[in-house]
Write a protein that binds this ligand. Sequence first.
Ligand SMILES: Cc1ncc(COP(=O)(O)O)c(C=O)c1O
Length: 548
Amino acid sequence: MAYELVWIAGAAGLTLPALKRRLELSRAKHPSLAGHSRMAKRLARWIPGYAYDEATFFACDGAPDEVVQQRRAGFFALAGRLRAKAPQSIAMTREAREGLPDLRFTGAYRVPYQFSPYLRQHLQVGGFVQATEGVSVTDIDGNGYIDLTGSYGVNVMGMDFYKSCIAAGARIAQDLGPVLGAYHPCVADNVKRLQQISGLDAVSFHMSGTEAVMQAVRLARYHTGKRHLVRFCGAYHGWWEDVQPGPGNPLPPRETYTLRDMHEASLKVLRTRRDIACVLINPLQALHPNKNAPGDSTLLDSSRSAGYDRAAYTRWLQQLREVCTERGIVLIFDEVFLGFRLAARGAQDYFGVKADLVTYGKTLGGGLPVGVVCGKQELMQRFREDKPADICFARGTFNAHPYVMGAMNEFLRRLDTPEISAIYQDLDATWDARRDRFNARMLAEGLPLQAANMSSVWTLGYTRPSRYNWMLQYYLRDHGLALSWVGTGRFIFSLNFTDADFDDMLERCVQAGLQMQRGGWWWQAPGQTNKTIKRGLLREMLRHLVRR
Ligand SMILES: Cc1ncc(COP(=O)(O)O)c(C=O)c1O
């Protein structure tokens, strides 16, 4: 064996220890495609583009005629209702599509691509809204929806809260105006409060979560003199090149190792390699370790799963803390999404594990765009007294913009009030009990739906093999529930949901599910499993590939 290894190492042009490290790195990759970004990117180029025609759209699972008719009737009735309900919003969306590529992109990826063209042709939804109040959002046609989008995670406290933070921020900054470079005095107060919350020495302000992550990684590289960052499989850290090495980024991965989350093999890599500057953690991955964010565009069967084990994830973070301390690796908590959702002092406090650098964003801006890095003094330093030309450059015209700083100041001050503190009391217990209520009701109604959650962030799972689960998002909309373009993979609740709001939402989910069931979408072919669905899809893709 040893002889064989020497031979392989020689053939690969590597020394034996280097080969061993290479093998350890391979073992620390998750076996899924999400763990192999190069391969995923190569494969993505081969996925053939094809779309179901009218006949296949309703019968790709081999449903018999009467079910196909049921689905067709249900589909056109639903499309008609949605069209009649929101004509202005749909018209404005249609007009804006050409000039707003983002709208075209999100519109195309709401459902699996095979279904997308036919669906877009016949079932349109609008994307323009005009007002919010409590937990509801109103579109430009005057329809109210219960808001489950969470505004990408920004909306932790409810929109009324942010409206008043923004108004207070504007009052704070109004005499100064948008002066940049010199600071409004509220910046000093923000720094003090963030030092307290993070337990870290210094703070820098940026314009988005992506920028905050870029800055944290750059600082880690500067101070360690090492190049590589470690991110965990499936974790989102913004859209900057180095943290998004797979499909979606035209460049190949550079100095990024994507390792397996919650796995000993990854700890071994951290223990042994010498080229790692930092480890980035997005604690939201605790809900679905090693998997990408669950969107309905990949909901091709019912194998989507999620589940959160707080104790196991806490142990994992503790192990990472230990190995990073041992090896001089900078541990970065990316709390841009979860920061103030789990606890008033963030994920560090919630899990009881300290990081070296923490990034925040989203809700911290009090409703305005922001990114923040908090860190230990020695890591936040951007120059060296003894080497004056060796600096770590980071600027940004709009950093510490007075209006954003004002809204943030209001947010941080409110965080200290008894009303907001009360919201965090027994937060997980509240949301876990609501999840249990949701799941029990779905079972009682005979609906194939079960939710998994990490506090107020939920993922909907489907318990019966089906190729049509993604249709549920349109039935939910019909029943007045607003989801983001990722669909039923993410319900993001704001913490101002009362029990009555929740019950209202639950009832609408039940009615939407029952209507979808009556529409025949969950009809199941004898012997159909998630595996048979996947095999069928693979055959279908190969056929199209060969034709291409
Ligand atoms: C954990 C995490 N980090 C970074 C980002 C990027 O933040 P932004 O979209 O403000 O650039 C996000 C955005 O969703 C995020 O969830």
